[in-house]
Each structure stands twice: as structure tokens, then as C-alpha cells.
Design a binder for this molecule. Structure first.
Ligand code: SF4
Length: 230
């Protein structure tokens, strides 16, 4: 077992399955963790919206914004496109950068209207990722989150938590390039959508529970592997 596989096994044993991405059950307005896989086009679109709304903010703030969108029956690209930008911005205020994010929700809505969820589902992983990266406001982390969680295709998500934990352990530099670390993961673990989904969610959980800005190394399950253990 290599280091990446070992860390996955340890985190999975410690925290259990995370069941990402949190989704809103049909007929409700609040997202739920352990929601399982997207089961409808609306679920896939909701994940796309969440991936944009979560840029530079915590998920708890995104939940409130998504709840407002659901209450106003706006979790559909046509509905978003027919809503005034000011209204959209006020509904997603909790997610921060709300004017910029309202514009980005409109841009992704136009993208989905043009290409359709069904059409995007048919693309292979690399083509879908490239298409998303060409959309204004979508960088590698947002694109990979959408590819992996909304379209269930194998593209590993790297975020600030991943860089923090894996650099502290001693596997990469703190300022490692996104694609370099992504390649390290994808070369080292089984190419499996469910494993990719779980692994990223477990990394986020570990960053919250132990490997915070000021790390709580006491009782850390990765302590014996870690170079930075305090
Ligand atoms: S031992 Fe400390 S620095 Fe290392 S992974 Fe655990 S919490 Fe982070």
C-alpha cells in the first residue's frame, strides 16, 4: 500500500463514509450530508451552483444561499436566467462576493442551457473539464468538483486543505502546483469515482477536526506519518 492509499484507509477508518456531495432532498429546501449520489438533473445543477457558491467561503454559508434559491424555486438554469441579477445577489448574500457569484451563476446557467446536462454527461472527463475551465469564473478546483460530484467522472479535487495536510505530512511542498498534486493522487490511488469523492471529503473533514490552521496534532490519526507533528 502506498502513502496515498494508506492515508485514505486511515481517514476512512477514523471518520467513516462522508457521502458527499450534500444535496437537497426533493421537496425540501435544506441540503443534507450523506445524501448519496445525484439522482436527477436538478441535483446535478444544484451541485454546480454549490461548487460556485462555495468559492472562498465555508459550506455553512452556501447552505443558506442554496436554501434561499430553493425557497424561491430558482434551482433551474431557466429560472436563474429570468431572475434579475440584483434579486439573485440578495438571495445568495450569505455566500459572500454575492454580486460576482450572481454573475457566475448566470454564466453557468447559460452554459448548461446551451450544452444541456444530458449533453455534458456524454462528454469524456478531459473534454468536460476543458469545457468547464473555459467558463469565466471556473478554475481547476471548481471544475474538478463539478466533474467529480455533479457528473460523476474521475477527476480528483485539490483544495487548500489538501495542500495543507499533504505538505505538513511531507508529501509535497506547501505551494505545490494544483496539477502536480492532482497527478500524484491520480497516479497513486484506484481510478474510482466513489474513492475520489470520499477521499476529498475525508480530507476536508480531517482539516476541520485536526489539521486546522493551528493544527491539533494530539490524537491525530495521521500523526505517526507526519513530519510536522507538534
Ligand atoms: S499530525 Fe498535526 S500537522 Fe500532521 S496531519 Fe495531523 S494535525 Fe496535521
Amino acid at each position: 500500500m502506498n502513502k496515498f492509499q494508506n492515508i485514505y484507509a486511515i481517514l476512512h477508518k477514523e471518520y467513516g463514509p462522508q457521502g458527499w456531495w450534500p444535496l437537497t432532498p426533493d421537496g425540501e429546501t435544506r441540503t443534507k450530508h450523506h445524501s448519496g449520489n445525484p439522482k436527477s438533473e436538478q441535483h446535478r445543477f444544484e451541485i454546480m451552483l454549490g461548487a460556485i457558491l462555495t468559492q472562498n467561503t465555508a459550506w455553512t454559508n452556501v447552505e443558506k444561499a442554496l436554501e434561499q434559491l430553493h425557497k424561491n424555486k430558482l434551482v433551474h438554469y431557466d429560472k436563474i436566467l429570468s431572475t434579475k441579477k440584483e434579486k439573485l445577489a440578495s438571495l445568495i448574500r450569505s455566500a459572500g462576493y454575492y454580486n460576482q457569484k450572481a454573475e457566475r451563476l448566470a454564466i453557468i446557467s447559460r452554459f448548461v442551457k446551451e450544452h444541456t446536462i444530458k449533453g455534458l454527461m456524454k462528454k469524456d472527463t478531459a473534454a468536460l473539464r476543458e469545457m468547464l475551465l473555459s467558463v469565466k469564473g471556473i478554475g481547476p478546483e471548481t471544475a474538478d468538483s463539478i466533474v467529480l460530484y455533479a457528473f460523476e467522472k474521475p477527476s480528483f479535487v485539490i483544495d487548500a486543505y489538501t495542500k495543507r495536510i499533504f505538505s505538513r505530512i511531507g508529501i509535497c511542498a506547501a505551494d505545490v502546483d494544483y496539477h502536480e498534486l492532482q497527478k500524484m493522487f491520480m497516479d497513486s490511488i484506484r481510478k474510482d469515482v466513489d474513492v475520489y469523492k470520499e477521499y476529498h471529503a475525508l480530507i476536508v473533514e480531517h482539516a476541520k477536526q485536526h489539521c486546522r490552521t493551528k493544527p491539533g496534532c494530539k490524537n491525530c490519526p495521521l500523526g505517526r506519518l507526519c513530519m510536522k507533528r507538534i
